[in-house]
Design a binder for this molecule. Structure first.
Ligand code: SF4
Ligand code: SF4
Ligand code: SF4
Length: 502
């Protein structure tokens, strides 16, 4: 194999510039590359390809089945697999792992194959324009991705795609994401799409910080200090430079490691491991908690609140009135949608301001409201993230067994490929209505516990909080606990009222 030229260190985004070494990571970590089998697999270039391939095949099946299959949602594999199974799996991976889905994602995978002109081999050069993402946009981080997610969700709700409605709509949605990602991969270099624009990345980059996979990181940051090659970022003959613009010698959160293992293949000093950590560690060990993540999670929380409220009768009445006022045809009303998505922002702003004012009374030190706004948002990530997961449960419990029948008759044309098309179990629910509500409440309560724990650890690991007087710390702690309890209590109440509505 010819030795490719080293790719230059990217200079247009912040992560690649910061090549000084961050403080050592907080919390217990375990390096999974201690297992020889995993080490061997991670060194193989085909390994990630094999993770992506099955999902790639499934999403092409979704497109074909959605276009040519019968247009009845529970009878067509396009709708059944996408909305009864896949969407729920993505949320479970998000809260449990972090960017687990990204390691096997067909959207990023297909774009990368196209851009690299290769399914898995290391090749020089790339197809497309290879533009750098503009610095003036890069400073907004995940916010464009969150904005695209909000926009796509609005369109999806308008056409009832995930209801699910007609399988053709699901096929068009998947095809649109494939075209959008493919085009972005051809216009921009590396994984600009994943880092800044992918609608799912807005959710995974925020909620995914609850996850127990820390990502690929340096085993010993001191080795990186004297490393002159920086192959992890620049690439080598064994692999590409980090497509996500990360520097493994500095990472303290899992938000932007796409688990692609290129750095692991590249590092000639064998200084990279794949670490797992206790859940939520990325929320409090992240020395640079980010404003884009804070604003992003606030908007996403507003979105899931909107989706919960619209299942209630009073919301239907309110929307009917606003629709007739502005001449909007039907659900969702854009003004109410925007209003509810924005609601958590002033709430977090108020909490940030209040706690900043409180810190001024303290003799020990002052804390700015921006800092506290961001910390409040990170504290609430578990309760918001688990709310997203709880919201997916009714659809999963009620319909996932449809897949038993649908695998035998994927297009809904009366086939019986594996003899399971007419099994009665395919029409059963996995859980009763009451059982689903209880499961939703348990999930929210786990989020509540996670938020309280994150609050405790964030305050423990952040120097500024230590400067507050004991009285100020107690008042602040009580305010945090009450606010988190109020948010979780409200969500629990909504789930009781919704009676497992999908
Ligand atoms: S960021 Fe989006 S496109 Fe990229 S790998 Fe993750 S889910 Fe897929
Ligand atoms: S190539 Fe390896 S040793 Fe060098 S900076 Fe990257 S992780 Fe550290
Ligand atoms: S190259 Fe390494 S740090 Fe970068 S995304 Fe891939 S696994 Fe993560």
């Amino acid at each position: 194999m010819s030795v490719p030229t080293l790719e230059p260190v990217r200079e247009t985004t912040r992560p690649a510039r910061q090549i000084n070494v961050a403080p050592p990571p907080v919390g217990l970590r375990y390096d999974l590359t201690r297992f020889r089998l995993l080490r061997t697999l991670l060194r193989k270039r085909w390994f990630q390809f094999m993770l992506v391939l099955p999902n790639q095949a499934i999403f092409w099946l979704v497109i074909v089945a959605g276009v040519v299959g019968r247009q009845i949602a529970p009878a067509n594999i396009a709708t059944a697999i996408t909305w009864y199974l896949w969407f729920c799996i993505v949320f479970v991976l998000m809260v449990g792992v972090g960017r687990g889905w990204c390691a096997m994602c067909p959207f990023g995978g297909a774009g990368e194959w196209l851009q690299r002109k290769s399914l898995f081999k290391r090749k020089d050069g790339s197809v497309g324009l290879g533009l750098k993402y503009p610095e003036r946009l890069a400073k907004y981080g995940l916010l464009p991705a969150v904005g695209i997610f909000l926009l796509m969700t609005f369109v999806e709700e308008y056409f009832n795609v995930a209801g699910p409605g007609a399988p053709l709509d699901t096929a068009l949605l998947v095809a649109f994401i494939l075209v959008f990602s493919g085009t972005t991969f051809l216009v921009f270099e590396r994984r600009v799409f994943c880092r800044y624009l992918c609608p799912l990345s807005g959710l995974i980059g925020t909620v995914g910080q609850m996850g127990a996979v820390a990502g690929f990181r340096a085993k010993d940051r001191n080795v990186c200090l004297t490393c002159e090659t920086k192959e992890c970022m620049r690439g080598s003959e064994r692999g590409y430079g980090c497509p996500w613009y990360e520097y493994p010698g500095q990472q303290s959160a899992n938000a932007f490691c796409g688990l692609c293992s290129e750095c692991y293949k590249n590092c000639s000093k064998d200084n990279i491991g794949l670490f797992v950590q206790p859940p939520l560690t990325s929320l409090y060990s992240n020395v640079k908690r980010r404003m884009d993540v804070a604003v992003g999670i606030a908007l996403l929380a507003g979105l899931v609140w909107f989706q919960q409220l619209n299942a209630m009768t009073w919301y239907g009445n309110l929307e009917a009135r606003v629709n007739s006022l502005i001449g909007w045809p039907h659900y969702p009303n854009p003004i109410l949608y925007l209003f509810f998505c924005l609601i958590p922002l002033p709430v977090l702003y108020g909490l940030g301001r209040a706690t900043a004012a409180g810190s001024r009374l303290s003799t020990g030190g002052r804390m700015g409201w921006r800092r506290l706004f961001v910390d409040w948002a990170y504290i609430l990530i578990p309760v918001f993230g688990m709310d997203y997961l709880a919201r997916q449960l009714p659809k999963f419990f009620d319909h996932v067994l449809r897949l038993v029948a649908v695998v035998s008759d994927p297009l809904g044309l009366g086939w019986n490929l594996f003899g399971t098309a007419h099994l009665k179990v395919a029409n059963d629910a996995l859980m009763s209505q009451n059982g689903t509500v209880i499961a939703q409440i348990v999930v929210v309560l786990l989020g509540l516990a996670g938020s309280l724990y994150a609050a405790w650890r964030i305050r423990q690991h952040t120097a500024e909080y230590a400067g507050l007087t004991a009285a100020a710390r107690r008042v602040q702690g009580a305010l945090i606990a009450l606010s988190v309890l109020a948010v979780a209590g409200m969500q629990v109440w909504w789930y009781v009222l919704m009676k497992a509505a999908e």
